[in-house]
Design a protein around this ligand. Structure first.
Ligand code: URA
Length: 218
């Protein structure tokens, strides 16, 4: 939350500078209203759709909040929207999304609409680059709130970026994938990102094992 607060203050200072201010005597202490995100997914989505807290807001077409069953037992967390997601405003709708949908429907045997799908950042990083730490940490409170509201039993972290920002751990995905981590209110299972599987089809065997692990937890 501190990072969100700092980003808000930075934005405010930039606005004051544009207005001609060269000196600001005091930044008041943060108030609860700066920080409290709504306990309602629709209201949260509305806030996210207007977010301008990081540079990604300047280049996005649409924010990609996330979608699915608001009471899903299983949540998938990816890295950030790609080109198709940026245009449609929906997560995982491109080639990687098609593969993710097959993984959910053919292996887990649940409709895609029954799970919840979100990302670390809600706006597309230009050229699909990895989000910077500033972008990721600024956006993370939105994901934390989504997790708090959906209350999933299991979260599948898709790829190294999702795993890193959900846990703070820097262990590579090849090493950590398939492990079940107790995160208190949910179990976290890191696994390969579908884009990685498209580039490395031989890793699908391990991904399949991870999905069976997830299925066993549900
Ligand atoms: N890759 C991601 O990490 N998220 C998406 O929504 C789409 C592709």
């Amino acid at each position: 939350m501190n990072r969100l607060y700092n980003a808000l203050q930075l934005k405010r200072l930039r606005q004051l500078k544009q207005l001609g201010f060269r000196y600001v005597p005091l930044i008041e202490k943060r108030s609860a209203s700066d920080l409290v995100l709504p306990d309602d997914l629709k209201a949260l989505e509305q806030i996210v759709s207007q977010c301008q807290l990081c540079p990604l807001s300047k280049t996005r077409t649409k924010t990609v909040f996330g979608e699915g069953n608001p009471r899903a037992a299983l949540m998938f967390v990816g890295e950030g929207p790609g080109a198709q997601e940026d245009i449609s405003g929906r997560p995982f709708v491109g080639r990687a999304g098609e593969l993710l949908t097959k993984m959910i429907e053919n292996v887990l045997e649940i409709p895609r609409s029954e799970v919840y799908i979100a990302n670390i950042v809600k706006c597309r990083p230009p050229n699909n680059r990895v989000p910077t730490p500033e972008e990721a940490y600024t956006c993370l409170p939105y994901l934390h709130k989504q997790i708090e509201l959906v209350q999933p039993k299991v979260i599948a972290a898709l790829g190294a970026t999702a795993y890193h920002y959900l846990t703070g751990d820097r262990t590579g995905i090849t090493k950590i994938r398939g492990t079940v981590m107790d995160m208190g209110t949910f179990k976290l299972v890191p696994t390969y990102h579908p884009s990685y599987l498209l580039r490395n089809p031989s890793a699908k065997k391990e991904s399949y094992q991870d999905l069976l692990t997830i299925k066993g937890l549900l």
